[in-house]
Design a protein around this ligand. Structure first.
Ligand code: PGA
Length: 244
């Protein structure tokens, strides 16, 4: 269960979140719990989560280790700050910051080299779904961004299916729609990396996951977890999602 805070919260607000959140999830041993705050809050989050099962991640990284890349953050920097995870290729990165399947692959390889666990996002836009292109879009994103990994690299990533039309809109994919897309992704994994990889890969659903719809989504055997934006900002609501 991963929370994507996007561009919300200061270090002080991060600390306050964890003070409320940790007691609420102290009994949750059924899943891994990850919070991905903005870069400037990672130190505060790592500090606040110390001694708990909650792990911290970044929301992006650049593929070079260091260099003249103003404004960028590298995998080794994230790792050294105490992050264990990193979100890659989120649709907001693709839509607003020009990320492509090719750069998603570069970032994923860089994350693995830094010993970070990548959460690689894919998902179709509304017009693509309405045109019946969901499967083709997922295939293109998979082929261009994930299929370039070696089997050893692939075994270490988590995939997040996030239909763009469901992100921040309050429109969730129905559990059946999400499961259908997860099945497509799993079959792409099986075709490329084999049946064991297809069975083992964890696929998270993301897009308006809330305390009141998480149970239905998680009842689908195809759905292994959730990547939660808006509802991860409030300790009570993210804790109810974790404890679904
Ligand atoms: P949302 O965001 O839960 O606010 O829809 C999900 C995401 O973008 O990861």
């Amino acid at each position: 269960m991963a929370g994507n805070w996007k561009m919300y919260k200061t270090p002080a607000e991060t600390k306050a979140f964890f003070e409320k959140f940790l007691p609420l999830v102290s009994g949750a041993s059924h899943c891994e719990i990850v919070i991905n705050p903005p870069f400037v809050n990672i130190a505060a989050a790592v500090d606040a989560a110390k001694g708990s099962r909650v792990e911290i991640g970044g929301q992006n990284l650049y593929w070079a280790k260091e260099g003249a890349f103003t404004g960028e953050i590298s995998g080794p920097m994230l790792k050294a700050s105490g992050a264990e995870w990193v979100i890659i290729g989120h649709s907001e990165r693709r839509q607003y910051f020009g990320e492509t399947d090719e750069t998603v692959l570069k970032r994923t390889v860089a994350a693995l080299e830094a010993d970070l666990k990548p959460i690689v996002c894919v998902g179709e836009m509304l017009a693509e779904r309405e045109a019946g292109e969901t499967e083709a879009v997922l295939r293109t994103q998979f082929d261009g961004g994930i299929a370039g990994l070696s089997p050893e690299q692939f075994a270490k990533i988590v995939i997040a299916y996030e239909p763009v039309w469901a992100i921040g809109t309050g429109k969730t994919a129905t559990p059946e729609m999400a499961a259908d897309a997860h099945r497509v992704l799993r079959s792409l994994v099986t075709a490329k990396f084999g049946a064991d990889a297809g069975a083992a890969v964890r696929i998270l659903y993301g897009g308006s996951v809330k305390p009141d719809n998480v149970k239905g989504l998680m009842a689908q055997p195809e759905i292994d977890g959730a990547l939660v934006g808006g509802a991860s900002l409030d300790p009570g609501s993210f804790a109810s999602i974790v404890n679904f």
